[in-house]
Design a protein around this ligand. Structure first.
Ligand code: FAD
Ligand code: NA7
Length: 530
């Protein structure tokens, strides 16, 4: 056996897993990452305007109190270069790089029931073996390319936002962008002032609120640093841990004037999660409550966008139930003469020819650069592209053909000793602390296996089925199934329902883990024993 544990992926999840398994459990551990550097999401997504919209002091590992004291975050939200710098610094500080192979893609993982080991196949054909594997392949990591005739032959510069090259330039160019999700909104806002012309090919208009990003006062920063432990403790009792002060008030229980006041206050303060979860507690649970928020944001769009024809195209008419967005002046960009919105639902893109995007009505837009902000095959996207074979010839692609099924998002049946971070079924919450919960549980389960003098841990199918049912029930108690987005896998044509999230959120997930502990880990078998 080459290693006791192998970790795949060097984002927030993989880096923390390597540290925990190697330093705290003392396992001989190695990490493989297909990127040339560490950082995961923040290594790949270098597009202009990329930022996290979780509060700066919460978009980091919560265990790492020292680094926050020395880390100089200055704005409410961290921009991509700062987050990448933070993760690179984390890898350096804990001396993680010496146990990693970067630029190394994992192509397969096959379980050997005779030796109770995983055989990991690397893309270059080499094989390594390990007792345990932690796959930290990313929630939003496998890029989704649009299926448009002729696009691969585009003769200008074409770039997917999650594969943004360091030397890309857009100044004074004729740029087209497909996609107006969180990414598209950030890119458009960042590049609009500099480009010669921007054609925004919009399929679904978006609800977005101001981010409210800006520099924090020194007092505010000192106050956070001085009370950091307490802030995290309080946050960890919330559902989302986004720092958004979740509301306990229904939108139905206040007068129309009070609703307006609450929405105005949230709009002025900024933050997408703050707006969706901090105004009223039923915006994602109740269509009428949701409708109040929709109408408020639509009225803001009408006020901001001066050209009524453009404003009409930008007005979302469906539910406010995708991942909540925020921006640094998105709608304002459409007041520029050089920025245009093309409604590709009404007039779809027919094909790409040479350097032009051709619309169904025959209109031809010649471009120097085409930006694809078309999102990701979320959740199981990276899993389904690896050959993964568990016990008795089980293959992940077959096992998950009707949608991914996991217990807690960290393990699936027939795949002993294989743990996952951020696979479908993880809490809908700020990611770094949610990742810590999962990785800590994985470390605990490996320790439990050792304490029982066992070499094999496997989750029971009944636990996987139970977790799926819980996730389904919670999702069905929201209006999410009525909206089409990556949250339930609806952005990938033909993809079955993908329950990417446990909608109980962080604090309830933490309670579930405690129940498992108190119950003696009966959801798992150890060396085949109950
Ligand atoms: P990732 O960071 O995606 O890392 C997975 C790694 O696995 C990647 O580096 C990938 O190259 C590697 N990998 C995959 N397959 C293989 C393979 N076969 N072989 C080798 N390596 C492989 N979350 C929030 O909570 N708040 C936010 O504000 C927020 N903003 C976001 C903004 C953007 C633009 C995006 C894309 C995501 C955002 N997220 C946000 C979600 C974000 O993905 C998580 O917060 C977090 O970074 C996920 O970390 P991870 O380690 O699980 O996955
Ligand atoms: P999203 O949120 O999935 O957005 C993708 C966008 O691309 C969305 O506007 C899509 O329109 C659009 N899209 C995708 N394919 C096409 C085609 N073929 N034609 C036209 N438009 C298309 O991805 P993001 O990267 O913005 O954000 C993902 C997450 O990363 C985000 O939630 C953050 O957590 C970070 P649609 O809405 O499907 O009509």
């Amino acid at each position: 056996m080459d290693y006791e544990a192998i970790v795949i992926g060097a984002g927030f999840a993989g880096l923390y897993a390597l540290k925990r398994l190697r330093d705290d459990l003392g396992l001989r551990t190695h990490l493989y990452e297909k990127g040339k550097g560490v950082g995961g999401t923040w290594y790949w997504n270098k597009y202009p305007g990329a930022m996290s919209d979780t509060r700066s002091h919460l978009y980091c590992y919560s265990f790492d109190k020292d680094i926050l004291q020395t880390n100089n975050f200055v704005q409410h939200y961290r921009l991509q270069p700062e987050i990448l710098d933070y993760l690179e610094g984390f890898a350096e500080r804990f001396d993680l790089l010496k146990d990693m192979s970067l630029d190394t893609e994992v192509a397969g993982a096959v379980w050997n029931s005779d030796t109770n080991c995983w055989h990991i196949e690397l893309a270059d054909g080499a094989t390594v073996s390990a007792r345990f594997v932690v796959t930290a392949l990313g929630l939003l990591s496998m890029p989704k390319m649009p299926d448009i005739e002729g696009i691969e032959g585009f003769t200008g510069e074409m770039v997917h936002t999650s594969r943004w090259p360091d030397d890309a330039t857009w100044t004074d160019k004729r740029v087209g962008i497909i996609g107006t999700g969180s990414t598209g909104v950030q890119v458009i806002t960042a590049i609009a002032p500099a480009v010669k012309h921007l054609s925004v090919f919009q399929r679904s208009p978006q609800y977005s609120v101001p981010s409210g990003n800006g520099y924090m006062s020194q007092e505010h920063i000192s106050q956070i640093k001085g009370n950091y432990e307490e802030i995290w403790n309080q946050e960890k009792e919330t559902i989302t841990v986004f720092g958004a002060r979740e509301s306990h008030v229904s939108a139905h229980d206040v007068s129309p004037e009070e609703r307006e006041r609450v929405f105005e206050e949230a709009w002025a303060e900024g933050g997408g999660f703050r707006f969706m979860f901090g105004t009223f507690n039923d915006l994602i649970a109740d269509e009428t409550a949701n409708g109040y928020a929709q109408e408020f944001i639509r009225s803001k769009i009408r006020q901001i966008v001066k050209d009524p024809a453009k404003a009409e195209k930008l007005l979302p008419k469906d539910l406010y139930a995708k991942r909540p967005l925020c921006d640094a002046g998105y709608y304002e960009q459409f007041n520029r003469d050089n920025v245009d919105v093309v409604d590709v639902r009404a007039n779809p893109i027919a094909r790409v020819e040479g350097n032009a995007v051709i619309l169904e009505d025959g209109e031809r837009r010649e471009l120097d650069m085409l930006i694809l902000a078309t999102g990701f095959d979320a959740g199981d996207g990276n899993y389904l592209r690896i050959k993964m074979e568990g016990t008795g010839g089980s293959v992940i692609q077959d096992q998950w053909k009707d949608g991914a099924r996991t217990f807690l998002g960290i393990m699936t049946d027939n795949f002993p000793n294989m743990f996952m971070v951020n696979a479908p079924g993880v809490p809908f919450a700020n990611q770094p602390p949610a990742i810590e919960l999962q990785v800590d549980m994985i470390a605990e389960l490996i320790e439990e296996t050792r304490d029982r003098d066992a070499t094999v841990i496997e989750v029971k199918k009944s636990a996987v089925t139970m977790w799926f049912d819980i996730c389904l029930e919670l999702t069905n108690s929201t209006i999410l199934p009525k909206s089409q987005s990556w949250i339930l896998g609806a952005n990938i044509p033909g993809k079955p329902l993908s329950l990417n999230f446990y909608m109980g959120g962080y604090s309830k997930y933490k309670d579930v883990l405690q129940d498992i502990r108190s119950g003696g880990y009966r959801e798992f078998s150890f060396n085949g024993q109950e």
